[in-house]
Design a protein around this ligand. Structure first.
Ligand code: THU
Length: 131
């Protein structure tokens, strides 16, 4: 496993306890590595009005955007139960927005990569807004 993936897993794992998931009890963390090799982490933030929940990938993307970056080279997603946590459909589209054909999504547990896929494998024929 490359050093950068180890770091991303470490960042996500350290962030997991901060996830706010009192309703589902399903904590999720994500860590983005940009084309500049900077890391941005996020966790899910639930709401009593369930539909207002923010996914972990979404909050990692917001943190990346806040720092002026827009290109995801790879992204780690993990949940507390250590099982595969594939991004939801909405987050696949959110990741696609800031991806290239080379962007890799690593589905991880606390210590290792369980499965790696391109965003195109996760979201074939993605919607692109080209006015
Ligand atoms: N969740 C994420 O954070 N990312 C995903 O891609 C799938 C779902 C969160 C949202 C909610 O807080 C919890 O997992 C259960 O759906």
């Amino acid at each position: 496993m490359s050093n950068i993936i180890e770091q991303m897993i470490d960042h996500a794992h350290k962030a997991l306890p901060s996830a706010y998931a009192p309703y589902s009890k399903f904590k999720v963390a994500s860590c983005i590595c940009t084309d500049q090799n900077n890391l941005y982490t996020g966790v899910n933030v639930e709401n009593g009005s369930y539909g207002l929940t923010t996914c972990a990938e979404q909050s990692a993307i917001c943190n990346m955007i806040l720092e002026g970056e827009q290109r995801i080279k790879s992204i780690v997603v993990m949940s507390e139960n250590n099982l595969l946590c594939p991004p939801c459909g909405a987050c696949r589209q959110r990741i696609h927005e800031f991806s290239t054909p080379e962007t890799i999504v690593h589905l991880c547990n606390a210590t290792s990569v369980l499965q790696s896929l391109t965003i195109d494998e996760l979201l074939p024929l993605a919607f692109d807004f080209n006015p």
